[in-house]
Design a protein around this ligand. Structure first.
Ligand SMILES: [Zn+2]
Ligand SMILES: [Zn+2]
Length: 247
């Protein structure tokens, strides 16, 4: 035994390389009878080694740090004094049934249940945190996907609305154009009717004028005929008068 491992009572058992470790990397209770050449990677529970503590304090301690049973020389009233190699407190065998990989010695060392549960709690906390983190990240990812899909939909809706507005504008333009055309057509029809009426009036007036002209001309004609007849009669009477004078 080295100096470090020796105690003032000479019966300290570190349990080094002699204990059954229950913890493998699969976290299942696979017992492994470890030796000093255990592969560290096969353990993933690493209790923290308490720093800034008197590593020889257990020598003066007379009670188990976990159950407060008196420890010392193996006897009827006293439990065997052991040392937790992670918190360096005196501990009884009942309260330190396990050994775990020690980060300093790199072999399996006795651990008290307080240190062991603390390491389990740490591990669960870390696992829980990483689990929660993963869940949150997954949720964030899902939310982001939903947001992206929503944005895509919104963009499509906005595009459709733009298209609809454009179409409605075109429709309004067309309606306006049709109305303008109708107005123009109505005004053309009006104009045409006016023209027709005017032309009819002109025609009527002209007919009347022509008729009057004809009548005037006929009157003049008949006057002239009369005059000619009178002249002829006069001429005849003149001729007959001359004959009487000659006879
Ligand atoms: Zn105890
Ligand atoms: Zn401990």
């Amino acid at each position: 035994m080295s100096n470090e491992e020796n105690t003032n009572e000479g019966d300290l058992d570190y349990g080094r390389s002699r204990e059954v470790s229950m913890w493998s990397n699969s976290d299942s209770c696979v017992a492994s009878r470890s030796t000093s050449t255990v592969d560290r990677s096969s353990f993933n529970i690493y209790p923290k080694v308490k720093q800034d503590v008197d590593r020889t304090a257990y020598k003066q301690q007379k009670y188990c740090i976990v159950c407060e049973t008196q420890v010392g020389k193996h006897g009827i009233t006293k439990a065997k004094k052991l040392c937790c190699k992670f918190c360096f407190n005196a501990v009884c065998a009942n309260c330190s049934p396990l050994t775990l990989m020690h980060p300093e010695t790199h072999i399996l060392e006795r651990v008290c249940m307080t240190c062991f549960y603390a390491s389990i709690e740490d591990k669960m906390k870390i696992a829980g945190e990483s689990d929660i983190k993963q869940k949150i990240e997954q949720e964030i990812q899902e939310k982001n996907m939903i947001i992206a899909r929503k944005k895509l939909c919104e963009n499509k809706i906005s595009d459709l609305e733009d298209l609809l507005n454009e179409k409605s504008k075109q429709e309004n333009d067309l309606i306006r154009e049709i109305q303008n055309c109708k107005k123009k057509m109505t005004s053309k029809i009006d104009d045409e009717e006016k023209l027709k009426k005017l032309s009819e009036t002109v025609k009527d007036v002209r007919e009347i004028n022509i008729l009057e002209e004809i009548q005037t001309l006929e009157r003049e004609n008949s006057d002239l005929k009369e005059k000619i007849e009178r002249a002829a009669a006069f001429q005849a009477s003149q001729r007959s008068g001359a004959c009487c004078l000659i006879q």
